[in-house]
Design a protein around this ligand. Structure first.
Ligand code: NAD
Length: 318
């Protein structure tokens, strides 16, 4: 049975092994595949793995694929309706990086609070050697204890971020479509979006990208926030209207932002966030610590094994 991985590089740039998939069939791994080579590279393979590459109806009609493994949680890149019509099973990796993404929220937030990278650079430039005092700082320093963190989307990652926030001594206001009030405590409360916007010092996005959540951070929602709010986005870029956030950063309404995702990835040269004040942008790395990628690889292998054994798991288009 032929297995083709169409884009393997981001999952395994060389620090993991493809052994698990190799044991299940005749494996070919491509680091990346240009769109016009997808059909040719699939050839007569029954099993394909993709990550962000679109698998369209047209592609499915020109190949004999029986199983598509998406090497990610989001599977919107596969035409699952067309796949179902052709009896092709599509699997995803429902969860693998909860801890990593929650940790990244705080990597971004702590950078905003302490500017570690910039202070280290200042020390190496000689600013401490030349300092009149035993210390100096180039930015306001911020303590999180006692502040309020608003978390939009209180699912797996939102809850993990909420626990860390509480460990820092923060109060958490959570907004979820279906709030589980049994989770509430002295430091965690479910609220409506309006209250979250008006009461939070830090707002972190953890809801999925849907028509109803697209642009949830915009000029009008920012207007409802506290002056000097901090915004963190490790979920999906289009949750934020980037031109509106850039404007609010530049005029100081939003004190700072940390984003790991943007509306178009890789980021485009004219993205307004690139020139905005006080924003930290990372290249979609929250999912990528080796522990998370290893988990992702193992689940992808187990998904395929379960399909071969006749009990397919994590199928999204039954
Ligand atoms: P999850 O499904 O466990 O949680 C999402 C939560 O959002 C659920 O509780 C759901 O009820 C809630 N929700 C749905 N619609 C909502 C709405 N309209 N308003 C408010 N809440 C709503 O998902 P998760 O594992 O916590 O992942 C959250 C997001 O993180 C994913 O959608 C994905 O976009 C993103 N993610 C990013 C990275 C990265 O590398 N940056 C990695 C993994 C996941």
């Amino acid at each position: 049975m032929k297995i083709v991985v169409l884009e393997g590089y981001t999952l395994n740039p060389g620090d993991l092994t493809w052994e698990g998939l190799e044991k299940l069939g005749d494996l070919t791994v491509y680091d990346r595949t240009p769109e016009d080579k997808i059909v040719e590279r699939i050839g007569d393979a029954e099993i394909i793995f993709t990550n962000k590459l679109k698998i369209t109806r047209e592609i499915l009609e020109q190949t004999n694929v029986k199983y598509i493994g998406v090497l990610a949680t989001g599977y919107n890149i596969v035409d699952i309706v067309a796949a179902k019509e052709k009896d092709i099973l599509v699997s995803n990796i429902p969860t693998y990086g909860t801890a990593s993404v929650a940790q990244m929220v705080f990597a971004l937030l702590l950078e905003i609070c302490h500017h570690v990278g910039s202070h280290d650079a200042a020390v190496r430039r000689g600013q401490w050697i030349d300092s009149n005092d035993f210390c100096f700082w180039n930015y306001p320093l911020i303590e999180l204890a006692g502040k309020t963190m608003g978390i939009i989307g209180y699912g797996r990652i939102g809850q993990a971020a909420g626990l860390i926030a509480q460990a820092f001594g923060m109060k958490v206001l959570a907004y979820n479509q279906h709030p589980d009030k049994s989770m509430e405590s002295g430091t965690l409360k479910f609220v409506e979006l309006e209250e979250l916007f008006s009461e939070s010092d830090v707002i972190s996005l953890h809801c999925p990208l849907l028509d109803s959540t697209k642009g949830i951070i915009s000029k009008s929602s920012i207007a409802k926030m506290k002056d000097g709010v901090i915004i963190i986005n490790t979920s999906r870029g289009p949750l934020i209207v980037e031109a509106d956030l850039a404007e609010a950063l530049n005029n100081g309404k939003v004190y700072a932002a940390g984003v790991d995702v943007v509306s178009v990835e890789p980021i485009e040269a004219d993205n307004p966030l690139l020139k905005a004040k006080n924003i930290f942008i990372t290249p979609h790395i929250a999912w990528a610590p080796i522990e998370s990628r290893e988990r992702l690889m193992n689940i992808a292998v187990e998904n395929l094994r379960s399909y071969i054994d006749g009990n397919p798991e994590n199928i999204v288009n039954r």
